[in-house]
Design a protein. Sequence first.
Lengths: 159, 159
Amino acid sequence: MSKPKAPHNLQSRNSTLDETDARILAALDSDARLSMSELARLIGMSAPSMSERVRRLENAGVIRGFTLDVDTRAIGYQIRAMVRIRPLLGKLHLVEKLIQERPEFVECDKITGDDPFLARLVVRSIERMDDVLEALSEHAVTSTAVIKGTSVKRRLPPL
Amino acid sequence: MSKPKAPHNLQSRNSTLDETDARILAALDSDARLSMSELARLIGMSAPSMSERVRRLENAGVIRGFTLDVDTRAIGYQIRAMVRIRPLLGKLHLVEKLIQERPEFVECDKITGDDPFLARLVVRSIERMDDVLEALSEHAVTSTAVIKGTSVKRRLPPL
DNA sequence: GTTGAAAATAGCACGAA
DNA sequence: TTCGTGCTATTTTCAAC
């Protein structure tokens, strides 16, 4: 009775997610601490199968981890900003190291264009922001845009 | 094995985190699915107390939620980019709505400066990226920087 | 994929510092 | 208040199918 499944391989490559996987990811994205049993109930299958599916998604590298969404304001970090960083000639690696070592930079991507780095900065106050940027000013030119609000909260792309 | 706790209220305001809370947040940030018992073992306290602390961090709004870290490449989204978006005169709200309705924009902040929006875009291919940007071109000017890599993976600010 | 039993865990009431 | 203990309900895991 092997019915050849339709090769609806919509993914451009890799780990083909079926619709169940998509629903699992969506559910876990909204609450990563859902119990496997509850998740199984939601999707409509048994707990052991659910555990196995989730484990597979982890092993396939689709799920990289389970993380926290922390409100940095609630712990005293009042200011968030996006900072474009252009190291002076020959200082690319030094500047990258400085960014990595400054924990107020909570995220940093390497990007194409005039400014090699785009970093997310979280600080307790404007004064502190100035300190952080000042520390870079000897080695890089920075452009800072303060975050006024959020239009789209982090979410998954269409599955 | 109890250490005398000093009221070192380091937070600039709000929800004072003690050192235990900081360790809890750090542990959950690296694995948000840690069981309360295991977490309790790590930190050195009983499971019920741990549950209560975590619940308090949630109620205080410090922990906003538990989320997934998904590798979008592993599900076929090969390209990531940061897009600065400047709506044409009078089109601010329209453009914001367009961004929100386009699921490939997985995050968007409202920022100060010439470009009101800075969005993270995740697409399956360059061609698809062009489609998305083209759809905005009638109402906004965009500047796109493709992400080549990561210097700092999302992390918590110093606690 | 399922079921069912054993081990681990979570949630609750209650008492101690 | 915050934490610990002991109890019960739930969940996880492992085996076998």
